[in-house]
Write a protein that binds this ligand. Sequence first.
Ligand SMILES: O=c1ccn([C@H]2C[C@H](O)[C@@H](COP(=O)(O)OP(=O)(O)OP(=O)(O)O)O2)c(=O)[nH]1
Ligand SMILES: [Mg+2]
Length: 147
Amino acid sequence: MADIQVKIINRSDNPLPSYATADAAGMDLRAHLAAPLTLQPLERTLVPTGLFMELPSGFEAQVRPRSGLAIKQGLTLLNTPGTIDADYRGEIKIILINLSNEPQTIQHGDRIAQMVIAPFVQATLAEVLELTDTERGTGGFGHTGKS
Ligand SMILES: O=c1ccn([C@H]2C[C@H](O)[C@@H](COP(=O)(O)OP(=O)(O)OP(=O)(O)O)O2)c(=O)[nH]1
Ligand SMILES: [Mg+2]
């Protein structure tokens, strides 16, 4: 795909997001903070990243938690995967929540989430009175059992 156009606030202090390893699926996003931010247990907040993007039509960005933060600090994204629309021109922000039972602090520049770029289709819907039969039918929510 073509390069994605991005704008970054305070570029000298805020590196371009990047993939941490050769085949990483997501590029890490950093907190863009004037001061450290402490989240109390179960507190949620909107964390700025300083990043603005212009995704090509037909692509979305998904913002997802980082597993290290989740297991070590109980920090995750409340709306994971967050959806960044191709027509969004605002700042990408991360809805962080502290699911641990202690206060958790993040600093400016901490990598707080990762962003996966993915293609999608916009479907059209055709309304009908009956759907076709299948072996599963209306069974769901564990109806095939555990093992
Ligand atoms: O974690 C997120 C989720 C969304 N957004 C931005 C980009 C996205 O394109 C826009 C709207 O997101 P979404 O559609 O999930 O929110 P909504 O509650 O449906 O708001 P809207 O009515 O603006 O679509 O907000 C973020 O910056 N971070
Ligand atoms: Mg929406």
